[in-house]
Design a protein around this ligand. Sequence first.
Ligand code: GUN
Length: 283
Amino acid sequence: MDNKIISGKELATKIKSEIKLEVEKLNLEGIFPKLSVIIVGENPASLSYVRGKHKDCAECGIISDNIAFPETITQDELLEEINRLNNDNSVHGILVQLPLPNHIDEYEIINSIAPEKDVDGFTAINVGNMNIGKDCFAPCTPQGCMDMLDYAGVDLAGKDLVVIGRSNIVGKPVATLALQRSATVTICHSKTKNISEKTKNADVIIVAVGKAGFLTGDMIKEGAVVVDVGINRNDNGKLCGDADFDSCLKVASKITPVPGGVGLLTRANLLKNTVKSAKNAGK
Ligand code: GUN
């Protein structure tokens, strides 16, 4: 039964050891990849994600700095900091942790990041280039979903693939990446009629709705592949995904766990993008 579970831990560990070697090589050439992370306020989930990012960087020899601002920072002050980082040649990746406080215009902040340092892949330039299949920084979580499917040997060409969720961070870009791999993609969302009807016909389901246990075993067909992007806490405070793991595991041919699944690949892809940016800058 265990080989049904696609291990993010195994794959992320492999990718991180490859990145570590690559960073060592770059260091010998005088290139020292560096990620700057901006965090505004004290959202506990954001603080925990950011801690994880710094830990990963340290493990792989990537320099990272943490730039923390209080909730009260103004839009102009934040723009000024990003401008400073854009012009700092020692910085290869700039990540502004989301969400930002309500008085700050997220779109304007994200799009003030130099596209060549946008390792999250959130700027309009990167999103546009991804959509037309040009070289870009692919957003880390959608790319992580593709990495998990590749690792599990799932070829998407001609497959019926359902994405549940239409966020800019996951749903829309993961649908684009799946389409580029020639899947037949359906995007479901809060206004979709009878989601089960769609999911029951799907060969592959990527669920990113932010609702614990949303996708249940009775909603999927025998042998389907389930990629679970959710990171939620259930009523007992336990970390869990958007799929009801136990019921889906009985029906699926493969499934990603939470924790230990896509989340670790999100983190690994941030490292990959930072190293790619450092390599581009060194050219
Ligand atoms: N908040 C939740 N996920 C992400 C992410 O991937 N990047 C950033 N910058 N903020 C996030």
